[in-house]
Structures are given as structure tokens and as C-alpha cells.
Design a binder for this molecule. Structure first.
Ligand code: NAD
Length: 372
């Protein structure tokens, strides 16, 4: 990571001939025109975005492209998780073809993780693979989904079940874009930032605790937090691009989190990052119960997530949750179960997560029962 000036960082993702840069800067969108023109001479651009982001951020991007004389077409989709569907994938691919974008033209994903995943997948399959650029506008997308090349849509059988690995050519993470993001969405993305500290970097977690107010208010620590999170994600992706081993650590808190998301119908009751926040606390508490981690660590994590406005216990989730056996069914579906044993990301304390393939399902059931 090279530090150019406060609030400006470049993170390189060294994936051989698919290597790319993540530019983190408050004017990354405004300066996109020159950057794109020099990287992709002669290309035309298809911008995929959602209605909220089109209102809040698209004018900045259009001004940047127009300023550099770049030709573009816009594909504006409804906002929300339901957009990651076959129907909207088809709309997107058809719009790309109707605009006669060719293989050497560029698709731009301007939006949160929903748009990044959908547009990235459309780029992966249209004309047997087009290049694409991520311009993530939610905190979650800036620190997580825009990095690593996982793209896809949901199916009636579950989330993210149809997709492809397709790395972007460039990521432009613009902190100013986060100014229009609803605070609840900001907090949800922040849970993923905290996750990187909890996985293997306790210093980062302590730094986040100390710098949270600057991060929240958009000071220089915000860009630094985003950059550190991108470095952490990029490192894991480079080590394990196709998620056969270490990349699974990124799922810390996600097994419990996914079960809770499912139990709340993937609705506004619990955003993905909020599920991850509760899930990370549960993973630490469960590890403490197994005698693996100090219990004061769970309290410290809980306190910080609370400060960030995140739910941390089951009772924080509005409405009734289904019985424990239904939550356990969701956990079993999310994870491979072999003879009553589950794979979980557990921890020996802050910054010491590990993959445990032999977690007793009955212990998890009892633990969840006691947490209610
Ligand atoms: P999202 O894309 O739905 O964005 C959240 C909300 O914020 C939406 O209403 C959106 O319109 C709005 N928004 C985004 N940026 C804005 C801005 N700057 N100003 C105003 N409004 C803005 O959700 P998300 O949390 O960004 O992403 C969640 C998705 O990411 C899920 O589908 C999840 O599966 C996926 N994901 C993918 C990966 C990956 O590796 N590919 C990793 C994690 C999550």
C-alpha cells in the first residue's frame, strides 16, 4: 500500500495478468475520466447502477466521463437485493448488446454490492467476457464485495448460487460517495471492516476502536480504514483466489449471520452487515464457551459494534426469531455437515480466528438456546 497523501491510497491486487489497483480517494469518481481514458484507450462505457445511486452519484460520474470525452450509456435498475436476479441480469445483458458495447468496451458497476455482483456477472458472461470496473458506493462494497472477483446473482434456491469469478480491471473507491449513504447502511458495512481486525489483526481492531469517530465523520481515518480493509481482503484473495482454504476465514460471523438473515427473510429487519455483527459476537462467545477464547474479548467486540450502531445480540433483532431448530437447519444448509460435525470460523481471541471443521452441532444448538 502506498500512502500518497492523507485520504488517498492505492492498493495493488497482484493477481498476475489479472492484477488491478484499488484507488481510494475522495475524488476518485470526479477524476475517473482521465484515469479510464488512459487505461482503456478508445473504449466506450456501459454504466450499471441502481435508482438511489443514480440520483446520488451518477451525475458526478457522467460529468467525469463527459469531461474526458468518453462515450457512455446508462443502465439503471431498481435498488435492493431482489435486483440480483435472472430477470435483471437479462435486462442488463440485453441493454449492453442493444448499446452495441463490444468486448473491448468497459462495463462500470456504480453502486453497492448488489450492483457490483450483478454487473460483474453480466460482464463475465456477455460476449464471453467483457472487462469491468468497480465503482463501489457503499462501505460494504468498498471494503468487501468490490475486491476479489466474486460476482453473481441469487436463485430461488438461495443467495449467490449462480455466478462466476471475474476480476475487475480497476476499483475506484470514492469516500465522498459514502456521504449520501444512509447511516444504517454505513454501520452495516463497518461490521465487515471490524471483521478484518477480528480475523488476524488485533492492532487494526484497537486502531478502529480509537479512531471510530473520525471514520464515522469522514475524516482521514475513513480512507485509511478502507485501505487497510482492502489490503486485508486483497491479501486473502491473492493467497486463495477461488476459496479453497484460507479465504473461508472471511466468513467469520457469517454462518450465524446467514442463518439470522434467512430467519428474518433477507428483509430490512436485518441487513447483511448487521447479521455479520451479531454473528461475530456469537462466534466469539461460542469460542469462549468452548474455552478457546477469553470471554472479555467478546465483551470488548460487542461494545465497539454497539458504538457503531450495530446489533450485537439476538434480542437486538426486531420481531420474533424462529425456534432454535429452524436456525440450526439454516446453519446446516449453509455449512457442510458430516456426521453431526459442522465447519465454523472460531477464534482464540481478537485477531486469532481459525477454521474448525469439527464443531459439534449439539453444542451449537445448546449455545443458541442459551443465547435467546
Ligand atoms: P446494496 O447494493 O443493496 O446497497 C445498499 C443500499 O444503499 C441500496 O439501497 C443502495 O441503493 C444504497 N446506496 C449504495 N450506495 C449509495 C450511496 N453512495 N448513496 C446513496 N445510497 C446508496 O447493498 P450492499 O450492502 O452494498 O451490498 C450487499 C450485497 O453485496 C449482497 O448482495 C451481498 O451478497 C453482496 N456481497 C458480495 C460480496 C462479494 O465478494 N462479491 C461480498 C459481500 C457481499
Amino acid at each position: 500500500m502506498s500512502l500518497q497523501a492523507p485520504a488517498r491510497h492505492t492498493v495493488h491486487v497482484p493477481l498476475g495478468d489479472r492484477a488491478y489497483d484499488i484507488i481510494i480517494a475522495p475524488d476518485a469518481i470526479d477524476s475517473a475520466g482521465e484515469r479510464l481514458a488512459s487505461l482503456f484507450p478508445g473504449a466506450r462505457y456501459g454504466i450499471v447502477t441502481d435508482e438511489n445511486v443514480a440520483r446520488a452519484q451518477l451525475p458526478r460520474l457522467l460529468a467525469a466521463l463527459d469531461g474526458a470525452g468518453l462515450s457512455h450509456t446508462e443502465i439503471i435498475l431498481p435498488a435492493g437485493e431482489a435486483t440480483k436476479s435472472w430477470a435483471h441480469l437479462q435486462t442488463t445483458v440485453d441493454a449492453i448488446l442493444a448499446a452495441r458495447l463490444e468486448r473491448n468496451d468497459i462495463l462500470i458497476a456504480l453502486g453497492g454490492g448488489v450492483i457490483g455482483d450483478l454487473a460483474g456477472f453480466a460482464a463475465a458472461i456477455t460476449r464471453r467476457g467483457m472487462d469491468f470496473v468497480q465503482i463501489p458506493t457503499s462501505l460494504l462494497a468498498q471494503v468487501d464485495s468490490s475486491v476479489g472477483g466474486k460476482t453473481g446473482i441469487n436463485s430461488q434456491y438461495g443467495k449467490n448460487l449462480v455466478g462466476a469469478f471475474h476480476q475487475p480491471r480497476l476499483v475506484l473507491a470514492d469516500q465522498q460517495a459514502l456521504d449520501t449513504l444512509p447511516p444504517r447502511q454505513f454501520a452495516a458495512g463497518y461490521a465487515e471492516v471490524v471483521k478484518y481486525g477480528l480475523i488476524d489483526d488485533e492492532e487494526f481492531f484497537f486502531w478502529l476502536e480509537a479512531n471510530f469517530s473520525d471514520i464515522e465523520s469522514g475524516g482521514p481515518a475513513r480512507a485509511e480504514a478502507i485501505a487497510k480493509a482492502c489490503v486485508a481482503k486483497a491479501r486473502v484473495v491473492v493467497e486463495d483466489e477461488k476459496e479453497t482454504g484460507r479465504r473461508a476465514l472471511l466468513n467469520l460471523g457469517h454462518t450465524f449471520g446467514h442463518a439470522l438473515e434467512k430467519a428474518t427473510g433477507y428483509s430490512d429487519r436485518l441487513l447483511h452487515g448487521e447479521g455479520v455483527a451479531v454473528g461475530m459476537v456469537l462466534a466469539h462467545r461460542f469460542s469462549a464457551r468452548l474455552g478457546l477464547a477469553p470471554s472479555q474479548d467478546s465483551g470488548r467486540i460487542e461494545a465497539h459494534l454497539k458504538t457503531a450502531g450495530l446489533p450485537t445480540i439476538l434480542a437486538d433483532i426486531p420481531g420474533d426469531l424462529p425456534p432454535t431448530d429452524v436456525l440450526m437447519d439454516a446453519i446446516a444448509q449453509d455449512k457442510k455437515v458430516s456426521r453431526g460435525a459442522l465447519t465454523f470460523i472460531l477464534t482464540r481471541g481478537i485477531g486469532k480466528a481459525f477454521i474448525e471443521k469439527n464443531v459439534n452441532a449439539a453444542d451449537v444448538t445448546q449455545f443458541l438456546e442459551d443465547m435467546r
